[in-house]
Design a protein. Structure first.
Length: 277
């Protein structure tokens, strides 16, 4: 599935940034980017260095194909300003990048957000510090250890013959049609989660369910587990309006090629359009 062409590792890395090392600076919901020929790109150390406040500590968040990716320590309070041709943009711009850059950015944001939300111990309120041996945060006072959290989620291409069910979220800023998706609840298998989400959101049973693949989705700290299932399109749709703005059956011939297949939803829809699903 997607992102298989890039190998991301999150174990602690003692590397120092080089001029061409990616350096990602985040604020809530935003990331510092540089534009090249109208396309948002990841900035590198030589571009970010003049903007770093005095005393800023850079840490290697992860490595992508062996290349370290840095960020100002999320446990600190430094905010990197705009300038030198760099400006903050919404995280949704990752959709406009090539798949490798998008994979790096979303994984880095996942880790950054986890660190920012765990600067203090949930047990005693003490300060957390980086564990040097593994990607974890350790409390200086009581020794509690926190690890990055990953929320499993499912997404399903629900088909009936030559038609696929497309859905539009009622709550997401992404207002395009996609597929039925949702988080896995405690005690559920992935397959049970698929059947529950489909029944809750559109009121349809799911048959012949099969696993297709997965994609890390760091924007929401998730691992998207993709499935394909069949149902009966003659059954009425019972749309859960609190979750979906709309849902509809679309025939294979009505689908057009997407601008990109960055997300697993887009890839599943494109596979169906090409008759490969």
């Amino acid at each position: 599935m997607l992102f298989e062409d890039v190998t991301i590792a999150v174990q602690p890395c003692a590397a120092a940034p080089k001029d061409e090392s990616p350096v990602l600076c985040f604020q809530p919901g935003q990331v510092l980017l540089v534009e090249k020929e109208g396309v948002p790109c990841l900035p590198v150390y030589r571009q970010v260095k003049p903007l770093l406040p005095e005393g800023t500590v850079l840490i290697a968040l992860l490595t992508a194909d062996g290349q370290a990716v840095f960020t100002p320590d999320p446990l600190g309070d430094e905010i990197v300003p705009e300038g030198n041709g760099l400006s903050y943009g919404p995280m949704r711009l990752f959709r406009e990048m090539d798949c490798r850059s998008g994979a790096v950015l979303t994984a880095a944001h996942h880790l950054w957000q986890w660190m920012r939300r765990n600067r203090f111990c949930g047990g005693c309120g003490g300060r957390m510090e980086h564990d040097g041996a593994e990607r974890a945060l350790r409390c200086l006072a009581c020794g509690q250890v926190n690890y990055p959290m990953i929320a499993p989620a499912i997404i399903v291409a629900l088909t009936c013959g030559d038609a696929i069910l497309l859905a539009k979220s009622a709550n997401s800023p992404w207002k395009h049609y996609g597929l039925v998706a949702g988080y896995v609840e405690v005690g559920e298998t992935l397959e049970q989660a698929v059947r529950r989400e489909v029944m809750e959101e559109v009121g349809l049973p799911v048959h012949h369910l099969r696993y297709v693949g997965s994609q890390p989705w760091g924007v929401s700290g998730s691992l998207m587990c993709a499935f394909q299932g069949e149902t009966d399109s003659s059954l009425p749709l019972k749309i859960q309006r609190s979750e979906l703005a709309d849902a509809k059956w679309v025939s294979r011939g009505q689908l057009s090629a997407p601008a990109s297949t960055f997300s697993v939803a887009q890839e599943l829809i494109e596979r169906f359009r090409q008759g490969k699903l």
